[in-house]
Design a protein around this ligand. Structure first.
Ligand SMILES: Nc1ncnc2c1ncn2[C@@H]1O[C@H](COP(=O)(O)OP(=O)(O)OP(=O)(O)O)[C@@H](O)[C@H]1O
Ligand SMILES: [Mg+2]
Length: 608
C-alpha cells in the first residue's frame, strides 16, 4: 500500500526544492508555535502580579540549568521594567506574544505556499505522463470497454490523489514537528508532569477514539444499501417503456420500498450511534482533562513545584498536541483512500507497449516495388478475423477490397498500418517485414482516410494542416482545392479559421470526408489506405467526394475499401473478402464474367 504512495511521491523529485523549503518553514512553524505558548507565561505572571522578583542578572551555568537561567533572565528584565512602568511592561509582554504568533502564522503560510507548488507540480506531471502514455500505447489497448475507464482514471483518480495523498504532504512534516516541539516545551516546563501526561494521554486517546470508531461502524453497509436503491431508480427510468407495457410498476415499487426500508433501518441505527460518538468522546475527554487538572493542580497548590500561570500554559501546550494527533490519524485513512486511485493510475503508466519498436528496427524512407501479404492470420482476442490471406500490391497499383459488412476489410488495412500485429504469416514492404521498421517511419509512409472521418475540435485550417505540419499556406489551400473542399470552406462563416466543433459535428458528412481527403492529400503519402464511408451521400456530394478521391489516388499505391462502383471499376485488382478469406480476385471485367459474389454485389448496387 505504501509503495503506491512512494511511486506517486517520486513524481515530486523535480520539485524537491519546494519540499525542502516546506520542511524549513514547517520547522519554524512548530518552533514558534511552542514558543508562542511559552511566551504566555510571563504575560500571565505580569497580569496576576506573580512575577518572581529577580534583582541580580543571573549567570549562565551550563546547558543543564538552561531552563532556570532562561526563566531568571526573563524575570530579571521584566522585574526591572515593572519597577519603572507597569503599563509599558504589559505592552512588552503582550507584544512578544503577538510577535511570536505572527511569526508562527507567517511560517505556516510560507510552508503551505511552497507545498502547493510541489503538489500541483506532481499533479501536472502525472497528467502529462498519463497523456504521453495514451499517445504512445497501441490501438489495441483502447477497446471500447477501456475508454470510459481511462477517462475516469485521468480525471477522477487524479483528483482523488490530489485530495487524499497530496493533502497529506501538508501534514507530513508540520504535525509531527508540532507534536515534537510542544512536547519539548512541556518537558522544559515540568518533567514530572510531562511523564504523567505521556503515559496518560495516549491511553485515554486510544479509549476515546476506539469508542468513536465503534460507534461509526456500519457506514459501509449504508453505502451499499444506498447504491442499491440508486440502481433501482436508474433501471426504472431507463426501463420506463418496458415497465409500463409489462405493467411491472407494482413489482418495482415493492423492490424500491424494500430497499428504502432497509436503508431507513440502517440509517437510524447509524445516526443514533453516530450522535452518541460526539457527546461520549467529549465527556471522556473532559474526564481525562479532569484527571490532568487534579494531578497538575496538586503540583501547583500542594507541592508548589510550578506556578498557576505556568500550569495554564502547560495545559495549552498539551491541547496543542491533540489537533496534530487527530490529523495524523485521519491521514492514515486518507492514504488508504488515495491508494486505490494511485494503483489505477500506476496501472496505466506501467502498461507495456506491445508494439514497441525493436532495437534493430530501421527506418523506411521510400517504397520501391511491392507490398505483400502472405498467409496472414489475425484474430482480435480469440475470434479469428483474417484466415490466411495472400495478395500483393505493386507500386502504383490500386487494389480494392469489397465484401460484406464484418468480413474483415477494415481489419486488413489496420494490419498494413501495423495497428495490430498479425498472429502468423507475413506482411512485407519490398520484402522486409513490417515489424523491422520503426513505427514512426512506417506511419510517415502511409496516409489514411478512415471509414468515419476523424476530425478534431479545431479550425478547418489546423485540421488540414495535421497532414503535414510543415506545409505552407499555399500548399494547404491547394490540398483543399484538390479535395474539392475549398469552395465550401470559403463559404463558412470564418472560412479556414472556422472551428468545426467536436469531431467536426458542425459539418455535413460529405464535407467531413472532403476535409479528411484534403488532409491526406497534404501529407502526400506514398501508400494510401482508403476506407470509403458507406454512409449515403446525395448525388452531388457523392460526385464531389468521388472526384476528390480520384485526385487522391492519382499516382499512388492504394489499398481501397470501395463501395462506389466507379472506384471499384478503376481498380487494377479487386479482392472479394468473405469471412476473412479472399473468395474472388481479378479486375472488374474478369470478375463480372465469373458471375460470382462480385457480380451479385454489383447487380445489387445498380438496382439501388
Ligand atoms: N477492436 C475490435 N475488437 C474485436 N473485434 C473486432 C474489433 N474490430 C472489429 N472487430 C470484429 O472483426 C470483424 C471484422 O471487422 P471489420 O471492421 O474488419 O469489418 P469490415 O469488413 O470493415 O466491415 P464494414 O464493411 O462494415 O466496415 C467484425 O466481426 C468485428 O466485429
Ligand atoms: Mg470497415
Amino acid at each position: 500500500m505504501i509503495s503506491s504512495f512512494k511511486k506517486i511521491i517520486r513524481y515530486g523529485l523535480p520539485y524537491r526544492k519546494y519540499a525542502f523549503l516546506n520542511i524549513f518553514f514547517n520547522t519554524l512553524y512548530a518552533l514558534f508555535s511552542a514558543l508562542s505558548f511559552i511566551a504566555l507565561i510571563p504575560m500571565l505572571n505580569v497580569l496576576f502580579e506573580t512575577t518572581e522578583k529577580i534583582v541580580q542578572p543571573p549567570s549562565y551555568e551550563g546547558i543543564l540549568k538552561l531552563q532556570s537561567y532562561a526563566k531568571n533572565l526573563l524575570n530579571y528584565h521584566i522585574s526591572q521594567r515593572l519597577e519603572e512602568n507597569v503599563g509599558q511592561t504589559l505592552i512588552l509582554v503582550v507584544g512578544l506574544v503577538i510577535l511570536l504568533f505572527f511569526l508562527k502564522n507567517l511560517s505556516n503560510y510560507l510552508a503551505l505556499y511552497f507545498i502547493a507548488n510541489l503538489r500541483n507540480g506532481i499533479l501536472k506531471d502525472l497528467r502529462n505522463a498519463l497523456y504521453h502514455k495514451i499517445i504512445e500505447l497501441p490501438v489495441a489497448y483502447f477497446t471500447a470497454k477501456k475508454k470510459g475507464d481511462l477517462m475516469a482514471r485521468m480525471t477522477t483518480d487524479v483528483s482523488e490523489i490530489q485530495f487524499s495523498f497530496l493533502s497529506i504532504l501538508e501534514l507530513l512534516v508540520r504535525e509531527p514537528l508540532t507534536i515534537l516541539f510542544s512536547l519539548l516545551a512541556m518537558f522544559f516546563i515540568s518533567v514530572k508532569l510531562s511523564l504523567f501526561v505521556l503515559l496518560f494521554i495516549p491511553l485515554s486517546g486510544i479509549v476515546i477514539s476506539s469508542l468513536g470508531k465503534r460507534l461509526k461502524k456500519h457506514s459501509a453497509r449504508i453505502q451499499e444499501e444506498q447504491g442499491d436503491f440508486l440502481s433501482i431508480i436508474d433501471e426504472t427510468i431507463s426501463g420506463q417503456k418496458i415497465i409500463k407495457t409489462f405493467a411491472a410498476g407494482s413489482h418495482f415499487t415493492r423492490r424500491f420500498e424494500g430497499a428504502t426500508a432497509r436503508f431507513h433501518h440502517f440509517s437510524n441505527k447509524l445516526l443514533h450511534r453516530a450522535s452518541l460518538a460526539g457527546p461520549a468522546s467529549e465527556f471522556l475527554g473532559i474526564a481525562a482533562i479532569g484527571i490532568l487538572l487534579w494531578f497538575g493542580g496538586q503540583m501547583v497548590l500542594i507541592q508548589g513545584e510550578i506556578s498557576g500561570a505556568t500550569f495554564i500554559v502547560y495545559m495549552g501546550l498539551a491541547y496543542n498536541i491533540l489537533t496534530p494527533a487527530k490529523a495524523i490519524s485521519k491521514a492514515s485513512y486518507s492514504i488508504k483512500k488515495g491508494n486505490a486511485a494511485a494503483e489505477r493510475i500506476l496501472d496505466i503508466l506501467a502498461a507495456e507497449d506491445s508494439l514497441k519498436d525493436l532495437p534493430t528496427a530501421t527506418s523506411i524512407d521510400a517504397f520501391q516495388k511491392e507490398i505483400a501479404f502472405k498467409k496472414v492470420f489475425f484474430s482480435y482476442e480469440d475470434q479469428p478475423i483474417i484466415n490466411g490471406i495472400d495478395f500483393t500490391i505493386k507500386k502504383g497499383e490500386t487494389v480494392a477490397l469489397v465484401g460484406p459488412s464484418g468480413s474483415g476489410k477494415t481489419t486488413l488495412t489496420h494490419l498494413l498500418n501495423r495497428f495490430y500485429d498479425i498472429q502468423s504469416g507475413s506482411i512485407t514492404i519490398d520484402g522486409i517485414p513490417l515489424h523491422s521498421f520503426t513505427k514512426a517511419s512506417l506511419y510517415q509512409l502511409i496516409g489514411m482516410v478512415t471509414q468515419e472521418s476523424i476530425l478534431f475540435n479545431d479550425t478547418v485550417w489546423n485540421n488540414i494542416k495535421l497532414g503535414n505540419p510543415k506545409a505552407s499556406e499555399a500548399e494547404i489551400i491547394a490540398a483543399a482545392q484538390a479535395a474539392f473542399a475549398h469552395d465550401f470552406i470559403e463559404a463558412l462563416e470564418e472560412g479556414y479559421q472556422t472551428r468545426i466543433g467536436d469531431s467536426g459535428n458542425k459539418l455535413s458528412g460529405g464535407q467531413k470526408q472532403r476535409l479528411s481527403i484534403a488532409r491526406a492529400l497534404l501529407k502526400d503519402p506514398q501508400i494510401l489506405i482508403l476506407d470509403e464511408a458507406t454512409s449515403a451521400l446525395d448525388t452531388t456530394a457523392e460526385q464531389w467526394v468521388q472526384q476528390a478521391l480520384e485526385k487522391l489516388m492519382e499516382n499512388r499505391t492504394s489499398l481501397v475499401i470501395a463501395h462506389r462502383l466507379s472506384t471499384i471499376q478503376k481498380a487494377d485488382k479487386i479482392l472479394v473478402i468473405d469471412q476473412g478469406n479472399i473468395v474472388e480476385s481479378g479486375n472488374h471485367n474478369t470478375l463480372m464474367q465469373l458471375n460470382g459474389t462480385y457480380a451479385k454485389l454489383v447487380q445489387l448496387q445498380q438496382i439501388q
